[in-house]
Design a protein around this ligand. Structure first.
Ligand code: SF4
Ligand code: SF4
Length: 331
């Protein structure tokens, strides 16, 4: 098994393109906020023009189409094909599994390199309590359909106190479905939930007691796993992804963020106006994430200070890693 921290690279870029914010579900941890992100569904001509804005670095840029639920977009298939034609390194669709508009019939595995399915429980009961009734069955069916047609299907699991207890059941479920790629996320590290109920975050102790064991079990089952670092070890170097790599989170209202933790606020450093990228004026996320503090990530300290605990002398017990910093284990 190979375990490593995935370092940030100036030569890799990710374009997280929210082409609409509408969704058929109301997951309790959803970070989409129409006041901040817009309620529009971008028309396909706009999607084409906005993709082209990021095509300078196309050979090193991975495009991820998101929503809302991106398969609700009637022209998602055209958007995927356009991204391929423009020469982007890879194209991913992040879906809740409902796969609207017969998307699997309208793109090929060569066009959509990856399809990522969100599943937040190993059982119907737990997943559907978080994501909505009927969701588990639709998602599992969607995963099986995608795999049977030759797509590379992965699963994303957002850990909270409501589903941490089922993480250890995922190796068996993924193995049975034939999924070889698993992404763990953690609730609360990316903006506020727009759901009606508060989804409790796991504590550092719960995280460290559970996640390392499960990822090893997953790797032994032949599954590659990526999960967030969250808490830096004393010897780890702190790096802010917005300063050392290129990640763009694009929303239908034209806001472009470089730090996902800023997405609840009008702090975007770039916006798309008249189909052109324009730098925003002060104060933007750039003025904040350049600050160096002993607690690690500035935005975490500003918007999620409850994640940090302090020693009696006022120093932080642990530094919080950039929410983009991932660890990976391969079988
Ligand atoms: S988390 Fe995803 S699937 Fe759930 S409501 Fe939000 S956009 Fe929809
Ligand atoms: S989460 Fe923190 S460290 Fe990461 S990009 Fe945002 S401000 Fe920088």
């Amino acid at each position: 098994m190979q375990k490593r921290t995935v370092s940030f690279s100036r030569h890799a870029s990710n374009l997280f393109f929210h082409i609409l914010t509408n969704c058929n579900l109301r997951c309790e941890h959803c970070y989409i906020n129409k006041e901040q992100h817009g309620a529009e569904t971008l028309d396909i001509e706009t999607v084409r023009k906005w993709l082209a804005l990021f095509s300078d670095t196309k050979h090193e840029t991975n495009v991820v189409f998101l929503g809302g639920e991106p398969t609700l977009h009637p022209d998602l298939a055209e958007a995927v094909k356009e991204a391929k034609t423009l020469g982007f390194q890879s194209v991913t669709i992040d879906t809740n599994g409902y796969l609207f508009h017969d998307i699997l019939d309208r793109v090929t595995p060569k066009e959509a390199d990856f399809i990522s399915f969100s599943l937040d429980g190993a059982t119907r009961k737990t997943n559907d309590a978080i994501r909505g009734n009927g969701c588990y069955d639709r998602c599992v069916t969607g995963i099986k359909n995608a795999l049977s047609r030759g797509f590379s299907a992965s699963v994303i699991y957002t850990v909270s106190n409501h589903n941490l207890h089922e993480l250890a059941m995922m190796p068996e479920l993924l193995k049975n479905m034939g999924v070889h790629r698993f992404f763990i996320q953690v609730n609360g590290l990316r903006g506020k939930s727009s759901g009606k109920t508060e989804t409790p975050q796991v504590t550092r102790e719960q995280w460290l007691q559970t996640v390392p064991k499960v990822v090893e079990k997953l790797a032994r089952a032949g599954i590659t796993v990526t999960w967030p670092k969250v808490f830096l070890d004393p010897d780890d170097r702190f790096e802010c992804a917005a300063l050392v790599s290129k990640n763009y989170f694009v929303f239908p209202n034209g806001r472009v963020y470089q730090c996902p933790l800023c997405e609840d606020y009008p702090l975007h450093s770039i916006e798309i106006k008249d189909d052109r990228l324009v730098k925003t004026s002060k104060i933007s996320e750039q003025d904040l994430y350049q600050l160096s503090i002993p607690e690690g990530c500035v935005m975490n300290k500003l918007i999620q200070p409850g994640n940090i605990s302090f020693n009696p002398d006022g120093s932080p017990e642990h530094r919080i890693a950039c929410c983009m910093l991932k660890e990976e284990i391969r079988p």
